[in-house]
Design a binder for this molecule. Structure first.
Ligand SMILES: Nc1ncnc2c1ncn2[C@@H]1O[C@H](COP(=O)(O)OP(=O)(O)O)[C@@H](O)[C@H]1O
Ligand SMILES: [Mg+2]
Length: 271
């Protein structure tokens, strides 16, 4: 398949050309090679899973995409252009949003205010702008609110919009984090273990929301997930990492049949 080929999935969704390409990425922490010469791509509109045992380097890979880490070797390409080293806020401005493996919300603030912080990358009026050009800032505020309210409705958290995040159960906090990431209207959404620690029902809800986000907003999604049932159900293609190396890459069926993947990862969980 070439970089611009458009394909249709078995469930009728359209997958476009290559959106993001990681080329020969190597990342070291002191003497530890967390990522060793890994290449893979993410295509427009797809749900791309990254799986592998703990310590494989999955979060580090998402941290490279989101600008938190800069690899010692390799290139990051986005929309056909090689990306220079960037800070996370610069990556956010490109339309890449993320959630964290450990929830990172403002505990004392309401759900609504937390989700509003996701709009920050879109706000042109700074404090001075707001003082000097009140009308413009007000219009922007109204527009931001409307977008945030739409996302809150979409993720079915209207009834808790005024609740401080600290009071919410874990599963709902994860959903608020998703809402905040979506508030940035990303073209690429990175989810680091969005279902970790959830019960079966919460996982089903989150799976459905991820599929709905992809379907409704056309958002490309890269997610790290341990639950193989979920991965097989919702992802179009899967990258498998083990000890910093890529050991598999393909459709869920291809990856499931890959002997290296079975030996390193699946065999343990599915015997
Ligand atoms: N900031 C860091 N400093 C030092 N070592 C790190 C850092 N982040 C990750 N590592 C190391 O890199 C390896 C991969 O970690 P990580 O990307 O978190 O794996 P995963 O998400 O697959 O569990 C581990 O050995 C981890 O200890
Ligand atoms: Mg991790």
């Amino acid at each position: 398949m070439n970089d611009t080929a458009v394909t249709t999935t078995p469930d009728g969704r359209t997958i476009g050309g290559v959106l993001m390409e990681m080329k020969h990425i190597t990342l070291r922490f002191g003497g530890v090679e967390a990522i060793k010469d890994i290449s893979f791509d993410i295509r427009e509109g797809e749900i791309r899973a990254i799986i592998g045992p703990n310590g494989a380097g999955k979060s580090s890979m998402l941290n490279i995409i989101s600008g938190f880490y800069v690899p010692q070797e390799g290139e990051v390409w986005f929309r056909g252009v090689k990306r220079p080293p960037m800070k996370p806020f610069q990556v956010a401005k490109l339309g890449i949003a993320r959630t964290f493996q450990n929830i990172a919300l403002f505990d004392g603030m309401s759900v609504l205010d937390n989700v509003m912080t996701g709009r920050l990358t879109h706000m042109s009026s700074g404090l001075f702008g707001q003082a000097l050009w009140w009308g413009h800032a007000q219009a922007e505020e109204v527009e931001n609110r409307a977008k945030v309210e739409r996302i809150i409705d979409f993720l079915e958290i209207q009834n808790i919009r005024k609740t401080p995040v600290a009071r919410l159960p874990y599963g709902l906090k994860k959903r608020v984090e998703l809402a905040r990431a979506l508030a940035a209207e990303p073209s690429l959404l990175l989810l680091d273990e969005p279902m970790a620690g959830m019960n079966v029902e919460e996982k089903e809800d989150m799976s459905r929301f991820i599929l709905d986000v992809n379907d409704e907003f056309g958002t490309t999604i890269a997610l790290i997930e341990h639950d193989m049932g979920v991965v097989m159900d919702i992802s179009d293609r899967v990258v498998v990492m083990d000890y910093g190396k890529k050991i598999g890459d393909g459709t869920p069926d291809e990856v499931r049949a890959n002997q290296d993947v079975i030996d390193a990862y699946l065999g343990v969980a599915h015997d």
